[in-house]
Ligand binder design. Structure first.
Ligand SMILES: [Zn+2]
Length: 56
């Protein structure tokens, strides 16, 4: 999925037990709930690997 600011690709970024989406362009980090409405299929599949983690 794309960054809202610069349209670069977002990647899943794991920090301890927390997950963020981080932009590969501007390095903006998004909490999952901020982008939940915009998750694409590929990203949802990635996040399925982290279901034990806390989405805060
Ligand atoms: Zn960006």
């Amino acid at each position: 999925m794309k960054c809202k600011k610069c349209s670069a690709e977002l990647e899943v970024h794991r920090m301890c037990r927390r997950i963020r989406m981080r932009c590969t362009g501007c390095k903006q980090e998004y909490q999952i709930h901020e982008v939940a409405g915009d998750l694409d299929e590929k990203t949802e599949k990635l996040l399925e690997n982290y279901t034990a983690l806390i989405y805060d």
